[in-house]
Design a protein around this ligand. Structure first.
Ligand code: K1U
Ligand code: ZN
Length: 189
């Protein structure tokens, strides 16, 4: 298994709509295992494939409280076939929007249909945190982010902050590359 790099805002790949999985084969099962390991290591309680730059409709979730209580869910081509009118609010986070949390209201209960690791169709009912995480992850499959549910003012503030941080990281990386090139030139002289 492998830990995959998680892409973060403002990476434009996060805005891509993911493609359905045509066939659940060994390659897909390997991706599921790598995503699960990546999610546990982050740590997180959900992960969509697009967050590791793979635009496929695949999600892993585990809301277990400890390593001993692990109970991973593998969701391939998930669909919400029913959602309650009742809403519930949760202070959400996202591994692709690090260190930012805000309240989002979503249906309190959902019925989810999906393919499992063997390619068989399954259905389950989710309530509470599980319902929140599944909906958050499925939003990723449409190129959405939880910040899209916030007011325009809040969302623009977050997007600006991450764009500024990315520009700064770019400048630092360029300076380091320039310094290394300069040192190599001096060593040669
Ligand atoms: O980036 C993601 O999509 C994963 C995200 C899932 C999520 C969390 C909370 C509400 C909705 C969706 C995370 O896992 S963020 C990290 C986090 O919440 C957490 C990490 C370790 C333990 C408990 C929670
Ligand atoms: Zn997320």
């Amino acid at each position: 298994m492998a830990i995959l790099p998680i892409i973060t805002l403002p990476d434009p790949r996060l805005r891509k709509v993911s493609d359905p999985v045509e066939r659940v084969d060994a390659e897909i099962r390997r991706l599921l295992d790598d995503m699960l390991e990546t999610m546990y290591e982050a740590p997180g309680i959900g992960l969509a494939a697009i967050q590791v730059a793979v635009p496929k409709r695949i999600v892993v979730v585990d809301i277990g409280k400890s390593e001993e209580e692990r109970s991973p869910l593998f969701l391939i081509n998930p669909e919400i076939v029913w959602a309650s009118e009742e809403l519930s609010s949760y202070n959400e986070g996202c591994l692709s929007v690090p260190d930012y949390f805000d309240d989002v209201k979503r249906p309190a209960m959902v019925k989810v249909r999906h393919l499992d690791r063997e390619g068989a169709t399954q259905e389950f009912d989710a309530v509470g945190l599980l319902a929140t995480v599944v909906q958050h992850e499925m939003e990723h499959l449409e190129g959405g982010l939880f910040i899209d549910n916030l007011s325009r003012l809040k969302r623009e503030r977050v997007v600006k902050k991450f764009a500024k941080a990315a520009r700064f990281d770019g400048i630092v990386a360029q300076r380091r590359a320039d310094n290394r090139a300069h040192e190599a030139e001096e060593a040669e002289a």
